[in-house]
Design a protein around this ligand. Structure first.
Ligand code: F3S
Length: 81
């Protein structure tokens, strides 16, 4: 299982995650990214077909704001830090 969440405190609205994984990440009116499926709580399991996109977004985010885990984040981007 794969879960993802955006640390919105450090997101710099670069736009990379939404272009690499457009089915997973979107931006609010300020341009800050969030996970669409679970309103950025990190509780929704990523569909297998999108796992690679999420992995790419994780690797490419310039501010390290994309978090991934094999367990649910339960709303806390820092849960596994
Ligand atoms: Fe923000 Fe990183 Fe996405 S800076 S817009 S979370 S790629």
């Amino acid at each position: 299982a794969l879960y993802t969440i955006v640390n919105r405190d450090t997101c710099i609205s670069c736009g990379s995650c939404g272009s690499l994984a457009p089915d997973i990440y979107d931006y609010d009116e300020e341009g800050l990214a969030f996970v669409m499926e679970d309103d950025n709580r990190g509780t929704a399991q990523v569909d297998e077909e999108f796992e690679e996109d999420v992995q790419d977004a994780f690797e490419e985010c310039p501010s390290g704001s994309i978090r991934i885990s094999e367990e649910s984040f339960e709303g806390d981007p820092d849960k596994f830090e």
